[in-house]
Design a protein around this ligand. Structure first.
Ligand code: NAP
Length: 252
């Protein structure tokens, strides 16, 4: 039986950990050739080894998505390896500085905006011409539930994720008629290293879990399933949309 992504080429940024890793593995399991990208070479190579170990096709390209040259290089390496680009999941991101607005450092603000928002623009800027040359494509950008509501002590993260939703809608207006569908996803709190890296202990995670009507944190593969569907031809009429995957968080 033909697999969903047979013959397709997919880029995943932040593919070395958490949601990006789960999605890269799921793309590959469905037949895609995957370009795993991350700033963290160890994580990226771990994802690569997992995919290849299961008989999939993948390469690793190191990129810091807050650097436009790295984003351009990521696309050119993809074209060099696989000659085309069909799918991109612009997922890499960080939690950033946690402080009330007046105490957030200028450096902290600039960092989160460049890693979590400017990166999405840089990636799309170089991915879209490759997809136009291919005649079609699908882009999924990583937002968050915090792309549509606030969360105290997180102004940079919240602003960046609101920006990702708007940027995705805007690009969708420009390119949907040219065959490129562009959507964003909004996970609730997902059990990944990002939470631990943001200094959250088990008590904090339990507190966060209770904020979701479903009563627990999400798992990376529960986000990956949505991203894979949005990336596939099954979502052929879906573009310019924002999809929460949040255990009911935004229903409150
Ligand atoms: P994760 O497990 O920390 O994975 C993120 C990956 O991105 C890591 O390998 C990280 O490397 C990498 N990365 C960080 N900065 C980068 C940069 N400048 N360039 C390229 N790669 C970079 O986090 P995750 O939870 O899967 O998060 C993935 C995305 O989902 C993020 O955009 C996040 O905002 C979003 N999200 C997460 C949650 C959640 O609760 N986990 C909820 C909603 C949305 P290092 O480990 O070296 O930093």
């Amino acid at each position: 039986m033909e697999r969903m992504f047979s013959g397709k080429v997919a880029i995943v940024t932040g593919g070395g950990s958490g949601i990006g890793q789960a999605t890269a593995i799921l793309y590959a399991a469905n037949g895609a050739s995957v370009v795993v990208s991350d700033i963290d070479e160890r994580g990226g190579h771990h994802t690569l080894a997992t995919i290849i170990g299961h008989g999939g096709k993948a390469i690793f390209v190191k990129a810091d998505v807050s650097n436009p040259h790295d984003c351009e290089h990521l696309v050119s390496e993809t074209l060099k390896a696989f000659s085309k680009l069909d799918i991109a999941f612009n997922n890499a991101g960080i939690g950033g500085e946690s402080n009330p607005t007046a105490d957030v450092s200028i450096e902290g603000w600039n960092k989160i905006i460049s890693v979590n928002l400017s990166s999405v623009f840089y990636c799309m800027k170089y991915q879209i011409p490759a997809m136009l040359a291919n005649g079609k494509g699908a882009i999924v950008n990583m937002a968050s539930i915090l792309g549509s509501v606030g969360f105290a002590n997180s102004i940079g993260y919240v602003a960046a994720k609101h920006g990702v939703i708007g940027a995705s809608q805007n690009a969708a207006l420009e390119y949907s008629a040219k065959g490129i569908r562009i959507n964003s996803v909004g996970p609730g709190f997902i059990n990944t290293p990002l939470l631990t890296n943001a200094g959250m202990d088990d008590n904090t995670k339990q507190y966060l879990a209770k904020m979701h009507p479903i009563g627990r944190l999400g798992e990376p593969n529960e986000v990956a399933e949505l991203v894979v569907w949005l990336s596939s031809d099954k979502a052929s009429f879906v573009t310019g949309s924002y999809y929460p995957v949040d255990g009911g968080y935004l229903a409150q």
